[in-house]
Design a protein around this ligand. Structure first.
Ligand SMILES: [Zn+2]
Length: 1022
């Protein structure tokens, strides 16, 4: 049936077919030109603009004025509502009728007061289907509303899409009309496009590609665009090609619809609510027409928003969740950053997320879903397993700048040995389009060929929402089993992971963190957000501990369940993977900082209520210690006249004590020397501070060990040029290290602020530039093993990076960094490309560099970026990127870091405890004068940290306590408590009681066994 052979010229045949479906060339005579039939103008279009996001009910009550296509509206972040009245011609009976709407911005169509479909040019959605086959009895006069948000899928960046948003940008509708849509043309176009892509993707080596070429060429011969009756023959030819099947061994691609919606990024949180509405209502529409279509959807917060703002849509989603088509995934409150949130925060991401999914949909997610996050903590496998999750999906490591990650499917082993089955979709994307290229890439890029024969392919516009289209579904449907291409199944995470698990015998294991070799600037950018996060994590910790203790003493106490959930959810929201990393626009930063203010304000009230209840609201001053060890520290209090005073207090673990008269202790001495340097010592440390605030010496007195390297200074501020290749807020590049310049300009030399006794304080200031200064207090407390550097920076720089260095007398090939519920080591050398790529790393409250029997720890109260190269320990302080927030980090910053030399190991020297002490201030309270020191909990070994004490989620009168092994060793610990505990049970991180594992309560307490870095949660029934 084929026509006579012609010269086998691949190029001409291919290009002939391309031109036949081109939307640029030959549209007067090609197939593409026939996509639309008749058109007809709208009866009327009227509009109303407003700066805020209002409900449909409110919008539809406004006065609409006539709108002409082409007129502008806006500016950015405004909303323009359109009232569209249309009259479908009766002559269009039997035709498919669309409202064609091409406009800037992102639109939602409302009909009969309900959201019905999203429209976005960027997301290839410009049609709202009014009728698939117009019938006489259908209403021909229709009114719809179109809500146009004045921002694109990717916000409104000026110049480049990550540029700071252009506030003055104006928007317009370019085309709005009724059209007849020729579905048969669309179907045939899809056949053509797929075959053309097969020719291109399979290349000249594969004979299957030539079969596609001749097929598509013959289709052009057969098809007369002006004669629809010729379409069937062409379509049948394509169908024959697509139906030629694979052998049994072919790779299987598990396709799943997806729509990555950044919870805030280049647009504010509020817009995300509408992005969810627009994207998900479109998904529901596709599900109605495509009963096999499966869509995966993460982030409980977004579901919660849709539940409140689009309740009708939410119940439809619930319906399709039941049918197994709309699949909630991930198990977390938001897709959080994988590095910076604390261990407890990560647990709460799952606790809030999984509980939400269970409440609304009746099940817990079985996979963790974090396709777009900037690295993954080595403690995540244990946290996942503790939350009922054994599978993990991401793809972000494909962004590595230096090294190619060696696996697509593997077991990921965490710090404690927990393993999760992990899959990186080999197409290296979470927003594919169902093209042939996507399928071929998925097979070719699979790094575990021969080990794993199944891969995921996530399709749908993403990052800014949008999601799948009918065209994507049609493409995938054509090539379910087509010889030469992988097999394609519409799947689900469960089906994929079950298959991978079944075939897992040959899979390799990757142990330790999944470090992203890119975006290392996100450990530092937007310092106020980092500070807010740390401060709120500690505050909520303290509120929970104090409230739990009050509850134990007084069962009528109203534990603030709802308020705490609200504050936790705000904190978790800001841990989203473009907010806490600081890669968001200024509007989002403002929202985030406002949320932190809310948490601090309300959390402080809760803490005061709880500590007052603990202290019985007496007239004496007391202190509350939320940490599980006894503390003896200098605190700021007030004397009887109300003036600020210092006191040295002893407070038992997780308890309180009155502030007594200062007890005897070696005082701090401060001596100004003839050369202007100052010597400060407290019996533990002696330091010599230069006039410029640097440390000439830091000596551990008992062992007479000098911590600072010869001929260099500690506490040396340094500046770097910080110009990345593109991702401004995200990236600091290795070459910035070549631009190091010490800050040497002394504005105010060192002088004594407090001359000793309980506290010695020196102060100095430096000038960074004409606009920027550093003012610092160097604080040495009696009985304290570290020196604090309380720092204020006035920062008005551009593309600069401020760090502080401590070159120390320690030789070690690895430095240690605190992470969630533990610590890990990273090299201090640059032997291999993997070592070199970690020139800037993240850690939490401390990092330590130790050789045998001596080391130095660097502690901080709100920083996350570190580097230790050879013997120099560096803490990253401030950056000054200009995109996507043109004002990122400009202004005044306050932060504290501390240096702590020690003998022995950092474990034995209580570095971990010191870092906690620096972060969790003792809290003052009012107590009765006769209050005796009281401890609620203590743990028999320092290795085990009692991290969390809270009321159990579902059981009033029960506490959950969470402990972890922090030293990296196996140990048995006794948890003692002064509280009356009736029963104790092991439970998982979701607080589900393990009825097979009662904890043994003896008169001494509860004996617990730990393996290295193990997290143990107990349910204590009071
Ligand atoms: Zn993202």
């Amino acid at each position: 049936m084929y026509h006579q052979p012609v010269l086998k010229n691949r190029r001409t045949l291919l290009e002939r077919a391309e031109k036949f479906v081109s939307d640029i060339y030959f549209t007067d005579c090609n197939l593409r030109g026939r996509l639309y039939g008749d058109s007809c103008p709208l009866e009327s279009v009227a509009s109303f603009s407003c700066p805020t996001r209002v409900s449909f009910a409110e919008a539809s009550q406004q006065t609409f004025t006539p709108y002409q296509v082409g007129e502008t509206f806006g500016p950015t972040w405004w909303t323009c509502w359109f009232k569209v009245m249309l009259e479908i011609p009766t002559t269009w009976e039997g035709k498919e009728v669309h409202l064609l709407w091409e406009s800037d911005g992102e639109a939602m169509v409302w009909r009969d007061g309900q959201p019905v479909q999203g429209l976005t040019k960027d997301g290839e959605k410009t049609c709202y289907i009014l009728s698939e086959c117009l019938k006489n009895e259908e209403p021909h006069s229709v009114t719809v509303y179109v809500e146009v948000a004045c921002n694109g899928l990717f916000g409104a960046g000026k110049g480049t899409f990550i540029g700071a948003p252009d506030p003055d940008k104006m928007y317009s509708v370019q085309r709005a009309e009724l059209v007849v849509f020729n579905r048969d043309v669309r179907e045939l176009l899809t056949d053509f496009e797929m075959l053309v892509d097969i020719v291109k993707e399979l290349g000249e080596e594969e004979q299957r590609g030539y079969q596609a070429l001749f097929t598509v060429n013959e289709m052009v011969n057969l098809c007369d665009p002006s004669d629809p009756s010729s379409f069937t023959k062409a379509h049948m030819l394509a169908h024959k090609f697509f139906s030629q099947k694979n052998g049994d061994s072919q790779h299987c691609v598990h396709t799943m619809g997806h729509c990555h919606i950044d919870t805030a990024w280049l647009w504010p949180y509020e817009e995300t609510i509408r992005k969810c509405g627009r994207s998900w209502v479109t998904v529901i529409g596709l599900m109605e027409k495509n009963p096999e279509f499966v869509f995966t959807c993460s982030q409980a917060q977004q579901f919660q928003w849709v539940k409140s703002w689009y309740p009708g849509l939410f119940s439809e989603i619930q319906h399709y969740v039941k049918k197994g088509q709309f699949i909630p995934v991930g198990g977390t409150w938001v897709e959080m950053d994988g590095n910076l949130p604390s261990g407890e925060s990560m647990v709460r991401q799952f606790l809030q997320g999984q509980r939400f999914f269970n409440q609304e949909f009746g099940f817990y997610c079985r996979e963790f879903w974090l396709p777009d996050t900037f690295g993954y903590s080595a403690q995540l496998p244990q946290i996942m397993q503790g939350c009922g999750i054994s599978n993990f999906l991401t793809q972000k490591l494909s962004w590595n700048l230096v090294n190619t990650f060696p696996h697509s499917t593997f077991f990921w082993e965490g710090l404690d040995g927990s393993k999760v089955l992990t899959h990186f979709p080999p197409g290296n994307s979470y927003g594919m389009k169902g093209n042939i290229e996507d399928l071929v890439k998925t097979v070719k890029n699979n790094k575990d060929k021969g080990r794993a024969n199944h891969s995921a392919l996530l399709f749908g516009f993403g990052d800014g929402g949008g999601g799948p289209t009918q065209l994507m579904l049609d493409r995938l449907d054509r090539v379910r089993d087509t010889d030469g291409l992988p097999r394609v199944v519409m799947s689900s995470p469960d089906k994929l992971f079950t298959q991978l698990q079944t075939d897992s015998a040959l899979l390799c294991t990757w142990s330790g963190e999944l470090f992203l070799e890119l975006h290392n600037g996100t450990y530092t950018t937007q310092a106020q957000i980092k500070c807010g996060n740390r401060q709120c994590e500690t505050l909520l910790h303290d509120v929970e501990v104090a409230s739990s203790l009050v509850l134990c003493r007084d069962r009528t106490f109203n534990y603030p369940v709802e308020k705490l959930q609200e504050l936790w959810r705000l904190l978790l929201l800001n841990q989203f993977h473009d907010v806490i990393p600081g890669s968001c626009i200024e509007l989002v930063v403002k929202d985030a900082l406002r949320y932190y203010e809310d948490i601090v304000r309300d959390g402080t009230v809760l803490l005061r209520e709880a500590t007052e209840a603990l202290g019985s609201k007496g007239t004496s001053t007391g202190v509350f210690n939320s940490l599980p060890w006894e503390r003896c520290e200098v605190i700021q209090t007030q004397d009887s006249a109300g003036k600020p005073a210092l006191a040295l207090v002893h407070v038992p673990s997780v308890g309180l004590s009155p502030v007594k008269d200062t007890q005897t202790v070696t005082p701090v001495s401060v001596t100004v020397q003839a050369n202007g340097t100052v010597v400060m010592e407290n019996g533990i440390l002696r330091t010599v501070v230069n006039k410029d605030g640097t440390l000439a010496s830091l000596c551990l007195i008992e062992s007479n060990r000098e911590a600072i390297s010869d001929n260099v200074q500690g506490n040396q501020f340094v500046m770097f040029h910080d110009v990345p290749l593109y991702w401004d807020a995200w990236d600091v590049m290795d070459y910035h290290l070549q631009t190091r310049k010490p800050v040497l300009n002394v504005e105010n030399p060192i002088h004594v602020v407090s001359s000793g006794g309980l506290r010695g304080v020196l102060s100095f200031s430096l000038r960074i530039s004409e606009q920027s200064t550093i003012t610092q207090k160097i604080v040495m407390d009696a009985n304290c093993p570290y020196i604090k550097f309380e720092t204020e920076v006035m920062w008005a720089e551009s593309h600069k990076f401020l760090k502080v260095e401590f070159p120390v007398q320690v030789r070690s090939s690895a430095a240690t960094y605190e992470i969630q519920f533990g610590h890990l080591q990273r090299p201090t050398h640059r032997n291999t490309s993997w070592d070199w790529a970690r020139f800037e790393v993240w850690g939490h409250k401390w990092a330590d560099l130790s050789e045998h029997n001596f080391g130095v720890a660097l502690l901080n109260d709100c920083k996350y970026g570190y580097s230790v190269h050879k013997n120099t320990m560096t803490l990253s302080l401030l950056r000054a990127p200009k995109a996507p927030d043109a004002n990122a980090d400009m202004g005044i910053h306050h932060f504290t870091y501390a240096i702590m030399p020690h003998t022995g190991s950092f474990q034995d020297a209580s570095v971990i405890q010191s870092a906690y002490n620096l972060n969790f201030p003792l809290r003052l309270l009012q107590c009765a004068p006769d209050t005796v020191p009281w401890s609620a909990f203590s743990v028999s070994t320092e290795a085990v940290i009692l991290e969390t004490i809270k009321q159990a989620e579902d059981r009033e009168g029960a506490l959950v306590v969470r402990l972890y092994e922090s030293h990296g060793g196996s140990v048995t610990a006794m948890l003692s408590t002064a509280l009356t505990v009736k029963e104790a049970w092991h439970c998982d991180l979701l607080e589900r009681q393990d009825s097979t594992r009662p904890a043994d309560i003896t008169s001494e307490g509860i004996a617990l066994k730990f393996s290295p870095f193990q997290i143990v949660s107990l349910l204590l029934i009071l």
